[in-house]
Structures are given as structure tokens and as C-alpha cells.
Unconditional design. Structure first.
Length: 156
């Protein structure tokens, strides 16, 4: 008499829990990622300074302004005048005056004292100092009083 053994079931692994775990990890890392770099514009080449260091205390209210040049792929300037780079917009420094006034009104509408707002100036190393000073003067006219200039540490 012949006995037949029952056919062996195929061993398939259910991948649904693994995919759920993967998406949860992706969500977690997206939530804890430092989004401060979103205010950085790669067109701005910061000056190098041995005394440059990261801020010790995080500023609660800050307005990051990127000032630089439109450049070709080889790094040459396409325009001799610097621009203030916004998300998708490029304004000349004097044209940014109305934006500063608008920012001041927004902070005031949020009931934030303008003395508590720090303007972080990320100026290209090629931007003349006088133009950065002009920008700071415009900011002071809009009633902003605190400023930070960004530079990068030299790479050894």
C-alpha cells in the first residue's frame, strides 16, 4: 500500500509588516531631520573665517536673507550686481526694501517685537561690504535691530 504525503505548502513571507515598518522609519526620520538647511541657498558662497563658529543658542525669531550673484556653471558672474535670493525670486538689494517692510508688518501682526527678530545675513564672499551695509541700513529703516553675519570655517 502506497501512502502519499500531503503536498508541502509553499513558504511565502508576508511583506506587509516589513513595508509598514519601513514607512514608519521614513516618517520618523523626516520628522527629526534638521530643516534649518532649507534656508540655505547654494548660489551663495560664504566667506571663510577662522573665527567662524556655529551659533551657540538657537534664535527663536529669525529672518534668513541670502545675498549673492547669478553665476554660470563655471562660477563666473552673469550679472555684476548682487541679488537677494528668495524661494523662486531674485531681487536687487534696493528692491528688497518693500519685502523688509512687509516682513516687519507680519512680525508685528504676530505680536512679535521687532527687537526680538534677528536677521541672518548670508552674503556671498564677493559681495562688496558696502552693499551688505546698505542692506543692514534698509533693515534698520524697517525697524529691525539685530543682525548676524554668516561665514564658514576653513577646511583643513
Amino acid at each position: 500500500m502506497k501512502f502519499r504525503s500531503p503536498p508541502m505548502p509553499s513558504a511565502e513571507m508576508d511583506m506587509t509588516p516589513m513595508m509598514d515598518l519601513t514607512f514608519q522609519l521614513i516618517s520618523f526620520f523626516m520628522m527629526v531631520t534638521n530643516f534649518d538647511q532649507t534656508q540655505v541657498d547654494e548660489r551663495v558662497r560664504l566667506p571663510t573665517d577662522a573665527l567662524a563658529k556655529p551659533p551657540e543658542v538657537r534664535v527663536e525669531h529669525q529672518l534668513v536673507v541670502n545675498i549673492g550673484y547669478k553665476r554660470a556653471k563655471d562660477g563666473t558672474r552673469l550679472d555684476p550686481q548682487p541679488f537677494v535670493f528668495l524661494s523662486g525670486e531674485e531681487l536687487r538689494i534696493p528692491e528688497y526694501r518693500s519685502r523688509l517692510q512687509q516682513e516687519a508688518r507680519v512680525y508685528q501682526a504676530k505680536e512679535v517685537n521687532l527687537n526680538d527678530v534677528t536677521i541672518v545675513v548670508r552674503a556671498d564672499s564677493d559681495v562688496p561690504t558696502g552693499q551688505v551695509q546698505e542692506f543692514i541700513k534698509m533693515s534698520q529703516d524697517a525697524k529691525f535691530e539685530k543682525f548676524t553675519l554668516r561665514a564658514q570655517q576653513p577646511i583643513d
